[in-house]
Design a binder for this molecule. Structure first.
Ligand code: MD3
Ligand code: FE
Length: 205
């Protein structure tokens, strides 16, 4: 039995094998139009180990000089992000239960050696809307804590097809990805893990 912080809803095996592979096809199409980029930390310019792209009206980006932000265009091509595919919009509708659409879908790609340090997501204009996350490919060790960095944390292994919905009190919890378990999925031919994070960025009407 796993006790999760209040407001974190884990749905193991939310997507079946067929839905996962159709989603990967849609992500390939997004990456063709909006290539993966290497995000860099604000101020230090240190590159993150995760590569990223986005689809939807707004995408999350970061670089040394302008820091964390949402913008309408890809940081290197300058082109608008590809439209959110129906597969992704449908997942938002079903899991969030929101009457309004998601605005941003961040696509994180983890090589087997990549990780993401403990952080809060606070670059959105509002924190009332839920956040929906989908894991594809290799299993990861996902850690979450409370709203203070020093709060105790608990960890779960997120597998390909799992969904996580963050709402209410959990929305500003610290979280991160400690490690990827290589060769735990055959979904991605080259291995690694993809995470989709679906969000509302601006206040809905
Ligand atoms: C818990 N991505 O891109 S998504 C991120 O697996 C990020 O790539 C991770 O954290 C990944 O910012 C985790 C799941 C997630 C997203 C938002 C949260 C978990 C969260 C907000 C609050 C608490
Ligand atoms: Fe995050």
């Amino acid at each position: 039995m796993q006790i999760l912080p209040k407001g974190i809803h884990w749905v193991p095996s939310y997507l079946d094998a067929k839905a996962q592979s159709l989603l990967v096809d849609d992500i390939r199409d997004i990456v063709t139009k909006a290539p993966l980029f290497v995000p860099c930390m604000p101020r230090t310019g240190k590159p993150m180990s995760v590569r990223m792209t986005n689809c939807g009206a707004l995408g999350w980006v970061t670089d040394q000089h302008q820091g964390y932000r949402y913008q309408e265009t890809h940081p290197t091509t300058g082109i608008q992000w590809p439209q959110m595919p129906k597969s992704v919009a449908d997942i938002w509708e079903e899991l969030s239960g929101c009457a309004y659409p998601a605005e941003a879908c961040l696509v994180n790609f983890y090589e087997p050696s990549a990780k993401m340090g403990l952080h809060q997501d606070r670059d959105e204009e509002e924190y009332l809307s839920p956040v929906v996350s989908i894991s594809l490919g290799d299993t990861c060790l996902f850690r979450m804590g409370g709203t203070n960095r020093s709060d105790k944390t608990s960890s779960i292994k997120l597998k390909s097809g799992d969904a996580v919905m963050l709402s209410g009190e959990s929305r500003l919890c610290f979280h991160g990805v400690d490690r990827i378990y290589p060769d735990t999925s055959s979904l991605l031919k080259q291995g690694g893990r993809i995470n989709l994070t679906l969000r509302r960025v601006t206040k809905p009407e």
